[in-house]
Write a protein that binds this ligand. Structure first.
Ligand code: TYD
Length: 236
């Protein structure tokens, strides 16, 4: 089986209703076939640990101001990084994660209009003291510039016009707090994703999700294969 020195971290993003779930499942299967089932972790944000899943319930269902929401999202992310993402990557394994920090900049930043500088600051706090457990260590490391902020190796963005996503969501299930937002909110979320991509184009693969499922899947595979993360030539 193939193995990776630094692990591999892929995230999946898009507005609610963009249809990422089935493709994430299919990609997980493709990675397991290539790397071995025990080398690939499928996870999500907010969530991925027992604590973060509890926070998810609050984030998705309880009304709160944007800073409180951002605190909870980053608290969930910190627990997830510490307990799942970093240990998995340290073993050289693959993490396929439904949403990561880009979602915070898109939803809390774009959708809710919350201050992006504050989100960046929260991101730094969340990640820069990642490894340190005791208060003493934390104090001496907060301004340590050498600790990198973890970002995915590849972010697959399922891009779909908000009007079409709303049609797909309508009647599908009882909407959560975000799914119940108007189309304009999702226009802002999409603009937030575009800004993130403009700031870091090499990390993103923007997929047109307004195509047949087969075509979207072909584009997803192409994005992963062109980076050399999966062998070319598997059947769609
Ligand atoms: P989603 O990933 O769409 O899961 P499901 O398909 O089960 O509904 O739901 C997660 C929601 O959380 C989504 O509406 C986006 C929101 N979210 C944020 O607002 N900020 C974040 O940082 C993250 C990770 C998610």
């Amino acid at each position: 089986m193939k193995s990776l020195e630094n692990g591999l971290f892929i995230s999946f993003e898009g507005i609610d209703g963009a249809g990422k779930s089935t493709h994430i499942d299919a990609l997980v299967a493709a990675f397991k076939a290539e790397f071995g089932a025990d080398k690939v972790i499928q996870t999500r944000e907010p969530g991925g640990t027992p604590l973060a899943e509890k926070l998810r319930q609050m984030i998705l269902n309880d009304a709160m101001d944007a800073l409180t929401e951002s605190f909870l999202v980053f608290a969930a992310r910190r627990d997830h990084l510490n307990k799942v993402i970093e240990p998995t990557l340290a073993r050289g394994d693959v993490v396929l994660c439904d949403r990561f920090t880009d979602a915070t900049f898109a939803y809390q930043g774009g959708g809710r209009g919350f201050d992006l500088k504050t989100l960046s600051y929260l991101e730094q706090i969340t990640q820069q003291i990642r490894w340190l457990e005791s208060d003493l260590e934390v104090k001496s490391s907060v301004s340590e510039p050498s600790i990198q902020i973890r970002q995915p190796d590849l972010t697959i963005w399922f891009d779909l016009p908000p009007e079409i996503a709303a049609e797909r969501l309508a009647g599908a299930r009882v909407p959560d707090k975000f799914e119940a937002q108007p189309v304009e909110f999702f226009r802002q979320v999409a603009a937030g994703y575009q800004k993130r991509m403009d700031e870091n184009p090499a990390r993103f693969a923007k997929i047109n999700a307004n195509q047949s499922r087969e075509t979207v899947w072909a584009d997803v595979l192409q994005a992963v294969e062109s980076k050399g993360f999966l062998k070319k030539g598997r059947s769609a």
